[in-house]
Design a protein around this ligand. Sequence first.
Ligand code: AMP
Ligand code: MG
Length: 298
Amino acid sequence: MAFPTETVYGLGADALNPRAIAKIFKIKKRPTFDPLIVHIAEMEWLHKLTRQVDERTLTLIKKFWPGPLTLVLLKSSLVPDIVTAGLDTVAVRMPAHPVARKFIKLSQTPIAAPSANLFGHLSPTTVAHVEKQLGKKIDLILDAGKCPVGVESTVLSLVGGKPVLLRPGGLPLEEIEKVIGKVVRQSKTKTIQSPGQLQSHYSPRTPMKLFKSLNQIPLNNNVGVLLFKRPVLKIKARTVEILSEKGDLTEAAANLFLALHRLDESGVKIIYAECIPAVGLGSAIMDRLERASSKSAT
Ligand code: AMP
Ligand code: MG
């Protein structure tokens, strides 16, 4: 079933049951080479699912769990191969959302869950988003309103010597580096280690392009514009979405997928999205905007 987390809505199934997991891949049309994040509500499950809970891992967990940080660790034999796409590692997260935690606890098993959308499409931050993409194919959606963080979790690999950022997300990298020092940023041109790194991902159906300054884009009735904050002048476009009136990154992240869903449905021919400062949560927002626009890049 689909359930809310603080990041986005997830499509959850018993992480220890390969048949249930297979249904997730089928419903989402997700390629089986794309591993799932396993969600837990109790620490004892971390020890059962992984064989690598070292000091660095515990330091991060103490500071950031529950919350939007996913850790990639060496897996135990308890984790079915279908969950990890055959990798020797497993991605684990303890969500902070009270509804997610209760659902996982009551399930008495870890819950493997990708975002509750069709593969490659925009992530859902409300029940309406889930219903639109998957409503006919799933039995239940737990409704807890809008997801407070609004972008997916930060994915950090702790498998090698140095920690590696596999996906920027709801926990800013700067916060992590304050605790464990320098983190390696996975270069975009390198081979893909984590399918969340696929260039075209998190995409609207409408073509999308990024811009730095409003005078770079043609404004007319076929155009939708996504802005970081309220502009000084009124904008002549069919649809204008403002992520945060005052330009607050936390608020902008929480509104990102809502705004993209609305723009996608507004019937515009093209979406122009403003580049935003790539610091803190801005890095995750820019990452999603770059991917959302990559199919349309010329
Ligand atoms: P999603 O569930 O759609 O938010 O995507 C989960 C992200 O976590 C994807 O980018 C996965 O590739 C990544 N992920 C899950 N498990 C692993 C793993 N064992 N190693 C590296 N990345 C992983
Ligand atoms: Mg996803």
